[in-house]
Ligand binder design. Structure first.
Ligand code: ZN
Length: 488
């Protein structure tokens, strides 16, 4: 079958025919997390969205080099050029070395992504490991006079860039709007214009994440990191650049400007952005009290969750919406996803049991063609899922003796489910392999024994249980409402 893949290009606001290089090699760069806190839904959606793209392109036979960075330095608190480095702040509060914070949350991020069955990218570069590349890129921009140095920091001259090229292609913003909307901190801003952004920041004396450079001991700007790392591993002009819609401006807009000046071209052919997630119709945020981590979902330990939801339930829920649509999380919606996923897995189990007849009463090849057509239409996973549910109707009808299926069609139907459910959508059958549920069940049992020992004032036993669990890498936290467990 000929596959003509269409992707929605955020920059042109149209679906475009995906034209890879020949031989079929695809370079994809996705902005990864800043590692200063536990993984949440805002991390899960882009990871799952681009995992779907990665898996489908590989399925079609492309050789994909998928680069997703870890931001371990330079992401300042207010997402602009002021405030403390997010990781350095956490390190200060916890009295840790910043790299300890970055490593700790990177490990936890990896664990969450493994639970969600998100494939590891081909390369996962750290910003702190590419300081030389950042400095080289900044030098090129300075040579072309699209940046200036002030007090040891280097800033990109957005006004000058805008006069030569159009700044705001991705977000559709224009410079005049930016000027009126940018908050100017009086007396603190050393930039020529408030919308200029830092390529290199001079480190304050108390700032411990610092490297030598021609301009000062300091650290690279957040936007500069992605441009330097994507060019290093994928070349100056690669295929797909992805990320969440919240990165469109200023992060990706600034990446375009940097690449245009440093490398004389835009960084990529296609920009893909996944839409945002809301919780009960509200934006997710720490101040709103609806900030739910992935571990909260998996254990159900958050006041706004009625129960625990498995990693596959979260994955299935995310894939039920097209990546460009907004997605609202609620207990009702998650319960519906859980039910749907269970039906799908039960249908696959039934599929292994049904027997073939001489003829088929349904068109299986049409079903398969529909799934490919949906994926080729900008990775439309909800349409794929709808077709898989249509297939369930056929499976159940054959099982009930109301419809028939030929041997060849039965083989292709089995193939279709293996390919789309497990390989492309990346779902796993948790009822078959529900290690997490078994572990949680066992842990609840162990914790109840420990609670019993405590009630009986048998502290030797309760401490012993806790110590043994610690040796296994399981942390027990005692709270007002009982004890909770988590992996270290
Ligand atoms: Zn980035």
């Amino acid at each position: 079958m000929e596959n003509i893949l269409h992707v929605y290009n955020t920059i042109s606001k149209r679906k475009e025919i995906f034209q890879p290089l020949r031989p079929p090699f695809v370079g994809m760069y996705v902005c990864g997390p800043t590692v200063y806190g536990d993984g949440h839904l805002g991390h899960a959606r882009p990871a799952i969205t681009f995992d779907l793209v990665f898996r489908y392109l590989q399925h079609l036979g492309y050789k994909v080099r998928y680069v997703r960075n870890i931001t371990d330095v330079g992401h300042l608190e207010n997402d602009a050029d002021d405030g403390e480095d997010k990781i350095a702040k956490k390190a200060r509060l916890e009295q840790l070395e910043p790299m300890e914070v970055a490593q700790y949350f990177t490990d936890r991020y990896h664990l969450n992504m493994d639970q969600l069955n998100v494939k590891r990218p081909s390369i996962e570069p750290l910003a702190s490991g590419h300081i030389i590349e950042h400095i080289e890129m900044i030098k090129k921009i300075l040579e072309k006079e699209f940046a200036y140095v002030i007090n040891g920091s280097v800033y990109f001259d957005v006004k000058k860039y805008n006069d030569a090229y159009a700044y705001g292609k991705l977000s559709g913003r224009i410079l005049e709007d930016l000027l009126s909307n940018t908050r100017v901190l009086e007396g603190q801003d050393e930039k020529h214009n408030s919308y200029d952004f830092a390529l290199w920041k001079k480190a304050q004396p108390e700032h411990i994440m610092r490297w030598p450079s021609p301009w000062s001991d300091g650290f690279p700007g957040w936007h500069a990191e992605c441009s330097a790392m994507s060019a290093k591993y994928l070349g100056n002009h690669f295929d797909i650049h992805g990320g969440g819609m919240d990165l469109l401006f200023p992060h990706h807009e600034s990446e375009i400007a940097q690449s245009q000046i440093a490398n004389n071209c835009e960084p990529c052919k296609y920009w893909m952005h996944n839409n945002m997630i809301t919780i009960n119709g509200q934006k997710m945020g720490k101040s709103l009290g609806n900030f739910i981590t992935l571990n909260d979902f998996f254990t159900g330990k958050h006041p706004s969750l009625e129960k625990a939801y498995s990693p596959m339930c979260i994955r299935f829920f995310i894939l039920q919406a097209h990546y460009r649509s907004t997605l609202d999380f609620s207990n009702e919606a998650l319960l519906a996803a859980e039910k749907g996923l269970k039906r799908l897995m039960q249908g696959i189990e039934t599929l292994q049991k049904i027997t073939s007849s001489a003829t088929s009463s349904s068109d299986i090849s049409k079903l398969s063609a529909n799934c490919y057509e949906a994926m080729n239409d900008d990775f439309n996973s909800p349409i794929v899922i709808a077709n898989l549910f249509e297939g369930l109707r056929i499976i159940n009808a054959v099982n009930d003796g109301k419809e028939s299926i030929s041997a060849i069609d039965l083989e292709s139907l089995k193939n279709l489910y293996t390919t789309f459910v497990f390989e492309i959508l990346g779902l796993t059958n948790e009822t078959e392999n529900n290690q997490f549920e078994i572990m949680d069940g066992l842990m609840q049992m162990v914790l109840s024994f420990r609670q019993q020992a405590k009630t009986n004032k048998d502290y030797a036993t309760s401490d012993n249980i806790r110590n043994e669990l610690t040796k296994l890498g399981i942390v027990v936290k005692d709270g007002k409402d009982g004890s909770a467990w988590s992996l270290e």
